[in-house]
Design a protein around this ligand. Structure first.
Ligand SMILES: CC(C)(COP(=O)(O)OP(=O)(O)OC[C@H]1O[C@@H](n2cnc3c(N)ncnc32)[C@H](O)[C@@H]1OP(=O)(O)O)[C@@H](O)C(=O)NCCC(=O)NCCS
Length: 216
C-alpha cells in the first residue's frame, strides 16, 4: 500500500535512484561527494575527465548545496586537488543532448553562489586541458579558479573560461564566450569575447503575470 500519492512516490523513487547513481560514480572515480538536503537530480553524471579514462585523482570534491535542482549536468575532474562547489538553490536546465558541464583541472576550483540559474550546453572550465607553451617550454595557460556570484543567470551555449569571476545578480547572454572577469554587479555580459552590454539590471526566474508582461 502507498503511504504517499503514487505519482509522488515514483518521482521520489526516481530521485533516490539518481542520487544513488551519482554516489556510485563518485565512488568509482574517487570523488568526495556531498549532497545537501532537498536536492533533485535528473540525468546528472560524474565523469573522471573528458576522455572518459578511468583514473582517479587525489582530493577531488563535488559539493551540491541544499535544494539544488540539476537537470543533465555533468561534473569532471582532470587533476588532483580540484573542487566543484555549487551553493544552494541552484537550477540547472541542461538537456540530454546539451549537458551543462563543469570541468575542474588540477589545483583549481569552480565555486558557484546560491540561487543561480543555468541553461543548457554551458561549459565552466578551470583548465584548457592541453598546455600552451612559450618558446622556452614554459606553460603559459595555467589552471585558474572560476567564481560565479550569487543569483547569476547564464543563458544557453556559453563558455566560461579559466580565471573568470562573474559578480552577483548578473546575466550572461546566450552563446557568449567569457574569458575575463566581471566584478561589477547587476550587469548583462554577452558576446564573443563577452563584454558588459547593460548595467543596473537584475532578473527573476519567475514573475507573476510574466506572460502578459512580455506581450505588452
Ligand atoms: C542576455 C539577455 C537575457 C539580455 O536581454 P535584454 O536585456 O533584452 O538585452 P538586449 O536585447 O536589450 O541587448 C542589450 C545589448 O546586448 C547585446 N546582446 C544581448 N544578448 C547578446 C548575446 N547573447 N550575444 C551578443 N550580444 C548580445 C544586444 O545586441 C544589445 O546590444 P546594443 O546595446 O549594442 O544594441 C538575452 O539577450 C539572452 O541572451 N537571452 C537568452 C537567454 C537564454 O539563453 N534563455 C534560456 C533559458 S534559461
Amino acid at each position: 500500500m502507498f503511504l504517499i500519492h503514487p505519482r509522488r512516490y515514483i518521482r521520489e523513487f526516481k530521485n533516490w535512484r539518481e542520487i544513488y547513481n551519482l554516489k556510485r560514480q563518485a565512488k568509482k572515480y574517487g570523488v568526495q561527494l556531498q549532497i545537501g538536503s532537498g536536492v533533485r537530480l535528473v540525468g546528472c553524471t560524474i565523469r573522471e575527465n573528458l576522455e572518459n579514462r578511468i583514473t582517479s585523482y587525489i582530493n577531488t570534491t563535488l559539493i551540491i548545496g541544499d535544494y539544488c535542482f540539476l537537470k543533465y549536468a555533468s561534473f569532471s575532474f582532470c587533476g588532483d586537488n580540484s573542487t566543484i562547489h555549487l551553493g544552494e538553490d541552484i537550477h540547472i536546465n541542461g538537456g540530454e543532448k546539451g549537458r551543462t558541464s563543469f570541468l575542474a583541472g588540477a589545483n583549481s576550483s569552480i565555486v558557484v553562489g546560491n540561487d543561480c540559474l543555468f541553461s543548457s550546453n554551458i561549459r565552466f572550465w578551470t583548465t584548457d586541458f592541453h598546455p600552451v607553451l612559450d618558446m622556452d617550454g614554459n606553460v603559459v595557460n595555467r589552471n585558474k579558479d572560476v567564481h560565479i556570484g550569487e543569483h547569476v543567470w547564464v543563458g544557453m551555449n556559453v563558455f566560461i573560461s579559466k580565471g573568470v569571476t562573474i559578480a552577483k545578480n548578473s546575466i550572461v547572454g546566450a552563446f557568449s564566450v567569457v574569458t575575463k572577469s566581471f566584478n561589477e554587479e547587476n550587469v548583462v555580459i554577452a558576446g564573443n569575447p563577452a563584454m558588459v552590454r547593460k548595467n543596473g539590471i537584475t532578473w527573476e526566474e519567475h514573475v507573476e503575470g510574466w506572460d502578459q508582461l512580455i506581450q505588452s
